[in-house]
Design a protein around this ligand. Structure first.
Ligand SMILES: [Zn+2]
Ligand SMILES: [Zn+2]
Ligand SMILES: [Zn+2]
Length: 408
């Protein structure tokens, strides 16, 4: 199998790509790198019958590199890289050799684990680069318990019985991550070890662990310390503060990572500023990513709901009251939009919930069968110009952590 890619600049800001149809090919991956100080990486998974794709509204002053992979499940072929500046009169340049993608694949960094009661949460960062999936291996001792394929947009995941992963307290568990691109695992991390333990015992249980890369759930109900001279005397209580229920006045207990009224069952969550919120009065309820649970907030000027702590989007499930996290979506995210949107099932077809573009499943990946093979890049550039987005390896634009905090 081989592939011949044609690259043209028919007008300013536009790159038109085309290639020959080959019956054997089941899926194409179009790779686009925006070069510069901070390179950005974009990959589109397209169906086997698609033989052209147009990128519109790119910057005329930016240099891009493009290449194409054709695959049929067993074999794959990759074109050379083309260097393109989308400005009329500047001819695309081909370097002749098959593109080397290994150096462009994203890496997982800063893996941190929070051990809890029969549960752990894994956090990571991903460097710029291509990634179709983040693959997470979970071990109990030396035994591989599970391997999870996670969308590259996700940067933390909770593992517990709810996700079908039984973690026994007292067992040494470990996790290891890889990035998967074009069907191959790359850049495997070292293992991070922890011992799951009952609430309140997590830190002691892990005292003998290397201590690196572990964080613990905490709840502080102490008042703020007053250390200025003009503070009134005797404001510091000698006993730890106890919390009473706002509904019935009974004592509130900290159990199973929840603040629950012993008498009426009311639940409260700390808002992080020393106050406690009655869960039944929250407009959007609590998150499904953290334990202790955190408040869900609506991002300023948008319909997007996110956990105030982790920033994770909570996607409204049509026809039901609940929310989805990206890692629990049955079909994952689309190939048509940036940022990518959830795929949903409509009349036996899998479509993007935003654009309705149809997707099909090829060798473990959802590929786009575009009705109009044109991608408008202006949305991404607008976000970048406003400093609101960082394009990560799949080209998804999303608010940075700092923006999330500001918005909430
Ligand atoms: Zn109560
Ligand atoms: Zn959360
Ligand atoms: Zn889409």
């Amino acid at each position: 199998m081989s592939i011949t890619l044609q690259v043209e600049v028919p007008q300013d800001g536009t790159i038109a790509l085309s290639w020959e149809k080959d019956r054997r090919v089941r899926a194409h991956t179009l790779l686009v790198v925006r070069t510069g100080m901070v390179p950005a990486f974009n990959a589109w998974h397209l169906g086997g019958k698609t033989n052209r794709f147009v990128l519109q509204n790119l910057s005329r002053h930016q240099r891009y590199r493009v290449a194409l992979i054709a695959a049929n499940g067993e074999a794959s072929a990759i074109s050379p890289w083309f260097e393109v500046t989308p400005r009329l009169g500047v001819a695309p340049r081909c370097d002749g050799e098959a593109a080397d993608i290994v150096e462009c694949v994203s890496r997982i960094q800063n893996v941190t684990v929070m051990p809890q009661d029969q549960r752990m949460t894994v956090y990571w960062k991903r460097s710029a680069g291509f990634a179709d999936k983040v693959v997470l291996d979970i071990f109990a001792g030396d035994r591989l318990l599970r391997q999870l394929d996670i969308e590259p947009e996700v940067s933390s995941i909770s593992l517990d019985a709810q996700r079908g992963i039984d973690l026994e307290n007292g067992t040494v568990h470990s996790v290891r991550l890889h990035t998967k691109f074009s069907g191959v695992l790359h850049n495997t991390t070292d293992k991070t070890f922890c011992i799951t333990a009952a609430q309140g015992e997590e830190r002691a249980a892990n005292a003998t662990m290397a201590g690196k890369n572990l964080v613990y759930p905490t709840l502080s109900v102490m008042p703020e310390l007053c250390f200025f001279d003009d503070d009134e005397e005797d404001t510091l209580p000698t006993q730890p503060l106890s919390i009473v229920c706002g509904t019935c006045g009974s004592h509130v207990e900290w159990q199973n990572y929840q603040l629950v009224c012993r008498n009426c069952g009311a639940q409260f969550i700390p808002n992080g500023r020393g106050d406690f919120l009655d869960m039944s009065r929250l407009r959007f309820g609590t998150c499904s990513c953290c334990l202790p649970k955190k408040i869900i907030v609506q991002r300023l000027g948008s319909e997007t709901l996110a956990c105030a702590h982790s920033g994770k989007e909570h996607i409204r499930a049509s026809g039901s009251a609940g929310y989805w996290l990206i890692e629990d979506l049955p079909f994952g995210l689309c190939q048509c939009c940036r940022p990518r949107r959830p795929l949903v099932k409509v009349d036996e077809r899998i479509c993007c919930s935003k654009s309705n573009e149809r997707h099909t499943h090829e060798d473990g990946t959802w590929v786009l069968v575009p009705s109009d093979p044109v991608f408008d890049a202006s949305a991404i550039d607008d976000l970048l110009d406003q400093g609101l987005a960082e394009i990560c390896s799949t080209g998804v634009s999303r608010a940075s952590a700092a923006t999330n905090r500001r918005a909430s």
